[in-house]
Design a binder for this molecule. Structure first.
Ligand code: GTP
Length: 591
């Protein structure tokens, strides 16, 4: 530990190193079989058995087999610790920064940061110390290694006392209690808490917490911590006007302080003895103790201990009327007081500056995060808008497709109705009305181009008899059969319709009388020659056919029908199953 640091921050300097220690020391082995375990053992003994720590570190460097990258960084961290211990803070800090920046190990980074923060605080680089403290506080949730976390919390608590942030220091101390590493007692966290309470004047000599902390440290075999706490208690006695009790306590711990040879305590107990003697009016003893403190001080040292010592000596010499000595001590006291106040002010300013910086960063981060939120909202809105548009398009398509199918259905229904209204339900050919209109239209066209056509009237013979003999269903079969037979003889341009029960009409466009007669006779022959199977027996039937031609009857359908019907009538009258034309002269075409 650098001498200058010990003088300035005795309690802090010792505690900063001691926090990192587990009580038990491990045995160092002459052969390093497991470098990882050996490194851990080395770290554990670094304050409980410092000479051994140095030896183990040396052994590690020379005897260790190949180290992993992580083990090399661990070794580097321990070397940095040793360098700091030896007093070369700048070199130690450079090594620690290397570990922080390049080890990539969160535990090592935390330990190195904690030590660097501690060093910077001791060497009055407050701004960097507080910046590191903020970083460590941010990293805390990520630090899972209990010892590293404990160390970081201890250093944070200590630094917050330093910054006058005692509530925060107490919070960190209570977090230490929650994260005790194996083998560690409550002595450290309780000492941290007492330090913070003392700094904020919230302790009395009879505070139960103070006695609890002393008892805990004594039970844990931590005399140095226990002495720190007992020095606080004696100072409280003195300030409460109980200098005899203070003196009694100081005398009781003197042997322990001498045995431990912890330098800050050796000085502190002398200051306190001096102050207690002064209160008791024992100025000689007070002066002796104060001079013993100065004898231990280094040149140019500025510290609270020095300030109190010079102040006491000034008061004693003033009482004695030694003007020269009084003036000399007074000058020393004012120099110490100024230095001390400057240092406190520098700490406060640094803390405020870092907090301000953190606040600015936070605001900036919040601003960025708000911007990000707005952007995310904007993106979400855009996505929603796209989704909504897609939904609308889908809905529109569904509506359009529905309308399309609805129109298609209507169209099909219309076509069906149209078909039904134009066709005969039983046979599927034109019904009477449609046949008439289509025939009239065709005849008008033919008339325009002076074409000729034939109109054929077909009437089944004795159809009533078929119905009566074989049943109405067989009669229907005969009607459909007749239609099928006729259609086989017709062209696509010919018009075919059912004009009544068993009566059919055919208009043959572009057809002469002879051609018409031939077709009509082929129809008659087919009907006559193709009986139907009705009710288990063959039903033979025939048809009588009358024919009229535009050549003789003209293009008026009414006239053509009348002539064709007249010819049909004649065919019936002359024996049925025959074809007759309207031209009597053409006679009959015999079956
Ligand atoms: N099965 C059936 N019979 C029908 C249909 N329409 C009319 N008829 C019958 O057809 C028969 C026509 O008989 P008529 O007018 O006396 O003529 P016909 O028996 O054929 O005698 P001629 O014409 O003189 O040879 C009637 O008995 C009607 O009931 C029908 O769609 N199906």
């Amino acid at each position: 530990m650098p001498h200058r640091w010990r003088r300035r921050w005795p309690w802090l300097a010792w505690a900063g190193l001691a926090f990192c220690v587990l009580a038990e020391a491990a045995l160092a082995s002459s052969e390093i079989a497991d470098p990882g375990a050996f490194l851990e053992q080395t770290e554990r003994v670094r304050t409980t058995d410092h000479p051994r720590f140095v030896l183990m570190l040396e052994q590690m460097r020379s005897e260790a087999p190949e180290l992993t990258a992580n083990q090399r960084w661990y070794l580097r961290y321990l070397e940095a610790w040793q360098t700091a211990f030896e007093g070369d803070a700048p070199k130690a800090n450079t090594m620690l920064r290397d570990v922080i920046d390049h080890s990539g190990d969160i535990t090592l980074r935390a330990k190195a940061s904690a030590l660097l923060m501690h060093n910077q605080g001791l060497s009055s680089h407050y701004e960097e110390a507080f910046t590191l403290a903020n970083q460590l506080a941010t990293d805390l949730p990520e630090i899972k290694d209990r010892l590293a976390r404990f160390t970081v919390l201890a250093n944070l608590s200590q630094l917050m006392v330093f910054a006058g942030q005692t509530d925060l220091a107490i919070k960190y101390a209570s977090m230490m209690e929650e994260t005790l590493p194996p083998g560690e007692s409550l002595c450290n966290p309780l000492s941290m808490e007492i330090g913070a309470l003392d700094k904020s004047n919230r302790l009395t000599s009879s505070s139960p917490k103070l006695q609890e902390a002393i008892d805990t440290c004594l039970a844990a075999g931590q005399p140095v911590f226990a002495n720190t706490l007992r020095l606080i208690k004696s100072a409280l006695y003195r300030m409460e006007g109980q200098p005899a009790k203070a003196l009694e306590l100081l005398n009781s711990i003197l042997p322990s302080i001498s045995a431990n040879r912890y330098y800050p305590h050796v000085r502190s107990v002398q200051v306190q003895l001096a102050l207690a003697y002064e209160k008791l009016g024992e100025d000689n003893n007070a002066r002796k103790a104060a001079l013993a403190v100065l004898a231990m001080s280094g040149p140019g040292e500025i510290s609270e201990v020095q300030r109190e010592t010079y102040s006491l000596l000034y008061r004693i010499e003033k009482k004695r009327g030694n003007l020269n000595a009084t003036l000399g001590y007074y000058e020393q006291y004012t120099a110490q007081d100024k230095g001390y106040l400057d240092d406190i002010s520098a700490r406060s300013l640094a803390y405020a500056a870092v907090q301000q910086h953190v606040l600015a960063q936070k605001l900036e981060t919040e601003g960025l995060s708000k911007q990000n939120s707005i952007l995310r909202l904007q993106q979400a809105l855009d996505t929603k808008a796209v989704e909504t548009s897609r939904l609308y398009i889908t809905l529109l398509l569904v509506v359009l497709v529905s309308i399309f199918f609805w129109l298609l259905r209507i169209k099909r229904s219309q076509l069906r109705f149209k078909m039904l209204s134009h066709h005969d339900g039983l046979t599927g050919i034109f019904n009477h009305q449609h046949f008439v209109s289509e025939a009239e239209r065709t005849l008008r066209m033919l008339e325009k181009r002076h074409g000729s056509a034939c109109l054929i009237s077909i009437d089944l013979d004795h159809f009533k008899q078929i119905n009566d003999t074989h049943g109405h269903a067989t009669g229907d079969v005969v009607l459909k059969h007749t239609v099928a037979l006729c259609q086989r003889q017709l062209r696509p341009t010919d018009l075919f319709g059912r004009l009544g029960g068993e009566e059919f009409g055919i208009l043959l466009p572009d057809c002469t009388l002879d051609q018409g007669m031939a077709i009509a006779d082929r129809i008659r022959t087919a009907i006559e020659g193709t009986p139907v199977n009705g009710d288990g027996c063959l039903v033979a039937f025939s048809a009588s056919i009358g024919l009229a031609s535009t050549d003789t009857s003209g293009y008026e359908l009414q006239r053509l029908r009348k002539d064709a019907d007249a010819a049909l009538y004649r065919a019936k009258r002359t024996g049925r199953n025959r074809v007759m034309s309207d031209a009597e002269s053409q006679g009959l075409v015999k079956a």
